[in-house]
Ligand binder design. Structure first.
Ligand SMILES: Nc1ncnc2c1ncn2[C@@H]1O[C@H](COP(=O)(O)OP(=O)(O)O)[C@@H](O)[C@H]1O
Ligand SMILES: [Mg+2]
Length: 356
């Protein structure tokens, strides 16, 4: 049975801005699908629509084979908002987690309380029970918002950038949780521009282009192996880096403001190496203070972006090594990840020291 059927669905916001253009796909019960796309391509809008919060301007959307989503069908679908503040409204974390069981599932308050306790234990947020959701950190809020989705025990999860705002360890936990939900037969649709977890959380990925149309719809592995497509969707970017005399080429995940490498070298840098995107990150030569600051404004965010990505990778591989029984390796990788985390904080400090 199909949970969602979209035929040529388009949507425009009131200011006339196009967000979805002729989107067609079907998602069956129990499927795990990633919606991939750069910022602004329409992922959140699409999830709002699947949850029934927005209606297509044109085209047809059927949910559980219904043209008009009934309240009982809507209660089977939970949306984790990209911005947790938009989702949380209760006075305490406990109330937030009991809302779904009480009001969407019609449970007795004793049962709803036990459900909330189970979810808090699963997410490791029991210590936040009596806190106001509004006074939590971004990552804690995200976990509470996720808890509110879980406690309702929906058939369909719509997760909008679920890993954003979480620390590396919580990101790994979340990916494992999604994989477990997937195994349990839930339908899970995850909007993300983070390619790291795609293969673990989904079997299929729908790639949206910056023209708000579907660029590709295929198996997750197949799509991840297609750098041309990912580049076209602005999900990766390529550089050739020169690190102290050696070069390596690699791709980066996530949408990216294209920075001009030519800028880093000044107007004289128009040779073939520079044209290929090579930049000397150690940067020799005599530079005036203004020029150094100008270059650091480009380089520091770039280095920081690398470091965040690397720290995450070390953490993920530490978990993998642990699972594979390589405890010694796992613990040193954890240390490396922790050191990289420390560097993240230093990069943040350095970025703040740059003049406007
Ligand atoms: N409330 C809004 N009013 C007007 N335009 C919006 C609104 N929300 C999003 N948009 C625009 O719609 C497009 C799709 O946005 P969104 O669905 O949030 O993309 P994504 O989640 O992929 O980043 C973007 O161009 C965005 O600027
Ligand atoms: Mg979004």
């Amino acid at each position: 049975m199909n949970v969602f059927e979209l035929e040529c669905v388009s949507f425009f916001y009131k200011n006339g801005r196009k967000a979805l253009d002729g989107i067609s796909f079907h998602i069956g019960q129990g499927e795990a699908v990633s919606i991939l796309g750069a910022n602004g391509c329409g992922k959140s809008t699409l999830l709002y629509m699947l949850q029934g919060l927005l209606k297509p301007a044109s085209g047809r959307l059927r949910v559980f084979s219904e043209d008009d989503l009934s309240d009982s069908s809507r209660a089977r679908i939970s949306l984790l908002f990209q911005n947790s503040q938009a989702q949380l409204f209760s006075l305490s974390v406990l109330d937030e987690l009991m809302f779904g069981p009480l009001h969407l599932r019609g449970m007795e308050s004793g049962d709803a309380g036990r459900r909330a306790d189970d979810v808090m234990e699963m997410l490791g947020i029991g210590h936040l029970k009596d806190r106001s959701p509004w006074q939590l950190s971004e990552g804690e809020m995200k976990k509470v918002a996720l808890g509110a989705c879980l406690s309702t025990n929906p058939d369909v999860f719509l997760l909008d950038e679920p890993t954003s705002g979480l620390d590396p360890r919580s990101q790994v936990d979340l990916v494992e949780l999604i994989a477990a939900l997937k195994k349990a037969g839930k339908t899970i649709i995850t909007a993300t521009h983070d390619l790291h977890a795609v293969a673990e959380i989904s079997d299929r990925a729908i790639v949206m282009g910056e023209d708000h149309r579907v660029l590709a719809d295929d198996g997750s592995y197949e799509l991840l192996k297609n750098p041309g497509l990912l580049l076209k969707a602005n999900l990766i970017h390529e550089h050739v880096h020169a690190h102290q005399g050696y070069e390596h080429e690699h791709t980066h995940c996530g949408p990216h403001e294209h920075h001009e490498h030519g800028d880093l070298h000044g107007p004289e840098a128009s040779g073939s190496q520079e044209a290929a995107g090579k930049h000397a990150e150690g940067g020799g030569g005599a530079h005036g203070e203004a020029e150094v600051i100008h270059k650091l404004k480009v380089l520091l965010p770039h280095w920081a972006e690398h470091n965040i990505e690397h720290a995450r990778t070390y953490g993920e591989w530490a978990q993998k090594a642990e699972k594979a029984g390589a405890g010694g390796l796992a613990s040193i990788l954890k240390e490396i990840a922790a050191e990289s985390e420390r560097l993240n904080a230093l990069f943040d400090r350095a970025k703040k020291m740059l003049p406007d």
